[in-house]
Ligand binder design. Structure first.
Ligand code: GLU
Ligand code: MG
Length: 419
């Protein structure tokens, strides 16, 4: 006789970037690993605030969320049944990837990158968040004293991440009230986006155990402090050696990496629709917030869209390994798979056209989500595949329509409740 029966969850980051899926008794896991768990295609369209605001599928159809064994997370905590979850891929009944699967869109983009230049993406998401287990007053930016009340929470987050195969390399009290930041070692390919999801869920799970909650909302009030999700990335060649850095290149980039960066900057207005994809995202992208307002690149400049991250140490080979770009026009309302897909597609276009980093005054970023969506809709290469791009734009327009009539304070409040 067993006293408890464990539950396993399999989910995916859907269009709203929430981690949604279904759960079942652990005894059913072998079957679910083999065949997946059925759900309505419309579940991909569940809205940021809960209700489904639009869908291309209505009540029809079935897709299968198939857990990826490599994504297994087991959160053990004393005196409680462990929490198990997996990240899944959407497949059709025959096991083929579903055209709307965000994880598969990224897989395709990464395969094209490897095919074009022989590179693999090495990447990590640096996530800022709010934790309500500490007082919001007084404000203690970067202080040891701000860290003291969260020591238990932080220690547990780090341990649970390590159990999940994610290597934490930073946890700090950030600038804003109740604001913290967590960083993890870079991972290769799709795993980098998986880890962004795992970090978010581990933060939420551990906060819940402590009787508190976290919010990764881009900005909690219109005049508040922004929470960025900065994407650090570089490339590895087929032998696993760093492939982005050339000490003599522009900003230290090798030729193809310069073209990649130029492609990202050229396509930034469209990319914003994927990386800063909510109405509040654009309240964060305003002057004097240490968040970008121009499509620019800067050496060690935290105000730029692409920051050339610093390297240190006497040995050139160590510096080449540390060398990376930080993409700062992102927040946690972005689906990490779609954000990386867009970034890679924009960069690949830069490489295909041999773009160089232009001098001259940088362009302003879009000032709102509708502006960014208009650009995403117009670019000739759909990046995500035509069905997914169409569905995504429709989904985001419905999100905007649902907020009509609310002022900025209410809009911030609504996002802070659900992200
Ligand atoms: N909180 C800022 C943002 O919204 C970033 C601050 C930093 O550079 O850590 O992106
Ligand atoms: Mg920070």
């Amino acid at each position: 006789m067993s006293t408890i029966e464990e539950i396993v969850f399999v989910g995916a980051s859907v269009l709203s970037a929430h981690f949604r899926g279904k759960s079942f008794p652990a005894s059913e896991l072998p079957g679910v690993l083999a065949r997946g768990i059925g759900q309505s295609p419309s579940n991909l369209y569940l809205g940021a605030f809960g209700p489904m605001q639009t869908t291309t599928f209505g009540t029809r159809g079935e897709v299968f969320l198939v857990p990826d064994p490599s994504s297994r997370v087991c959160l053990a905590s004393e005196g409680e049944a462990p929490e198990h979850f997996y990240i899944g891929d959407f497949r059709d009944a025959g096991g083929a990837p579903w055209a709307y699967c965000p994880r598969d869109a990224l897989r395709r983009a990464l395969a094209d990158l490897e095919h074009a230049v022989g590179w693999r993406l090495l990447c990590t998401f640096e996530q800022e968040f709010l934790y309500d287990g500490v007082p919001s007053h007084p404000w203690r930016p970067y202080q040891l004293d701000a860290l003291r009340p969260v020591r238990g929470f932080a220690a547990e987050v780090l341990a649970r991440l390590r159990d999940a195969g994610v290597r934490p390399d930073g946890f700090l009290a950030e600038y804003g009230p109740q604001q913290f930041e967590i960083t993890t070692a870079p991972a290769v390919g799709v795993r980098a986006a998986d880890e962004a999801v795992i970090v978010r869920e581990v933060l939420r799970a551990v906060a819940h155990r402590h009787g508190h909650s976290v919010s990764l909302t881009p900005i909690p009030t219109p005049d508040g402090i922004g929470n960025g999700t900065h994407i650090h990335f570089s490339f590895l060649d087929v032998d696993g050696r760093p492939a982005m850095h050339d000490p003599d290149g522009t900003f230290g980039l090798c030729g193809a990496a310069e073209s990649f960066a130029a492609g990202v900057l050229e396509h930034l207005p469209a990319l914003c629709a994927l990386t800063t994809p909510s109405v509040v995202s654009y309240y964060r992208l305003r002057p004097n917030r240490w968040a970008p307002v121009y499509a620019d690149i800067g050496e060690q400049d935290r105000g730029s869209a692409l920051r050339v991250a610093p390297t240190a140490g006497p040995r050139p080979e160590d510096r080449a390994r540390q060398y990376n770009l930080e993409f700062r026009v992102a927040d946690a309302t972005a689906n990490p798979y779609l954000a990386l897909t867009g970034m890679v597609r924009a960069g690949l276009d830069g490489i295909a056209r041999g773009l160089r980093l232009a001098g001259g005054p940088p362009r302003l970023l879009p000032r709102s989500l509708p502006e960014a969506l208009d650009v995403l809709e117009r670019i000739p290469d759909p990046w995500l595949g035509a069905p997914l791009r169409g569905g995504y734009v429709q989904f985001k327009r419905a999100e905007i329509a649902g907020l009509e009539g609310l002022d900025e304070i209410d809009i911030c409040r609504r996002y802070a409740e659900v992200y």
